[in-house]
Design a protein around this ligand. Structure first.
Ligand SMILES: Cc1cc2nc3c(=O)[nH]c(=O)nc-3n(C[C@H](O)[C@H](O)[C@H](O)COP(=O)(O)O)c2cc1C
Length: 221
């Protein structure tokens, strides 16, 4: 079978190929003049099958979403007396009252299921210079806490030194969404121990100036 590839070598769907989420044998969604969106000249187009040939691949998603610059955090927890944690950029504030935050955790991650079991976590917001921590916690290899001067918070989660902020939270809700879980946390306590510049992650690299430093931990494709 001929498989189209784009310039990056990723597999592209051919028109007529099943869309993700579309069951085998089911009919693709149809747009008709009576129900479809109409605008200008396209409104008079004939009825067409809406199998979407533009559906992005995971690599295309990752590349395009990488244009959205973000900070970087390390989400930590303690399960069975053992500290666990992973680098996480999908952190956001959700609600001020009640205080809620969220992060998205890959189903393939080893730390998240253990943090879920612990029921509590700490979001450590990294400072600009803490690229070593990002590399360490963004990798599935190595003993992440070995040689680190971490401490256990009063809430039972590991806290990292030198971070801009720590958000101590309890797992409130977990929503499965594709290959990730959206985790809503109820904030228990906030700390803002340092006033340094923040770590910024943009298009797969740290910082937004021309002299970009590529992270070593790039094994989360
Ligand atoms: C800058 C950066 C941001 C990341 N953001 C996320 C994220 O938001 N959610 C996630 O599940 N993994 C994210 N990762 C990937 C995990 O940190 C990585 O897969 C890690 O190896 C998981 O470790 P674990 O298997 O011990 O949980 C990120 C990695 C890096 C380097």
């Amino acid at each position: 079978m001929h498989v189209r590839r784009d310039r990056a070598g990723t597999r592209a769907r051919t028109p007529g190929q099943r869309d993700r989420g579309q069951r085998r044998g089911s009919r693709p969604e149809r747009a008709s003049r009576s129900t479809g969106c109409r605008a200008g000249v396209l409104g008079d187009a004939p009825t067409v099958d809406l199998v979407n040939p533009h559906l992005p691949t995971p690599l295309e998603m990752r590349r395009a979403m990488g244009s959205f610059a973000s900070g970087v955090t390390v989400v930590t927890g303690c399960d069975d007396g053992e500290p666990v944690g992973f680098a996480c950029q999908s952190f956001a504030s959700v609600s001020l009252d009640p205080p809620l935050v969220l992060f998205c955790a890959d189903h393939r991650g080893r730390s998240w299921p253990r943090i879920r079991t612990a029921g509590r976590f700490c979001v450590n917001v990294l400072a600009e210079q803490q690229t070593d921590l990002c590399d360490r916690f963004g990798s599935s290899r190595g003993a992440k806490f070995e040689g680190l001067p971490w401490q256990l918070s009063r809430w039972g989660s590991p806290v990292l030194p030198g971070v801009l902020a720590r958000v101590h939270a309890r797992v409130h809700e977990v929503h499965a969404a594709g290959d990730h879980d959206v985790v809503i946390g109820e904030v228990l306590e906030l700390e803002t121990p340092a006033q340094d510049r923040p770590m910024v992650f943009f298009r797969g690299a740290f910082g937004i100036d021309p002299e970009l430093v590529l992270p070593e931990a790039w094994d989360w494709a």
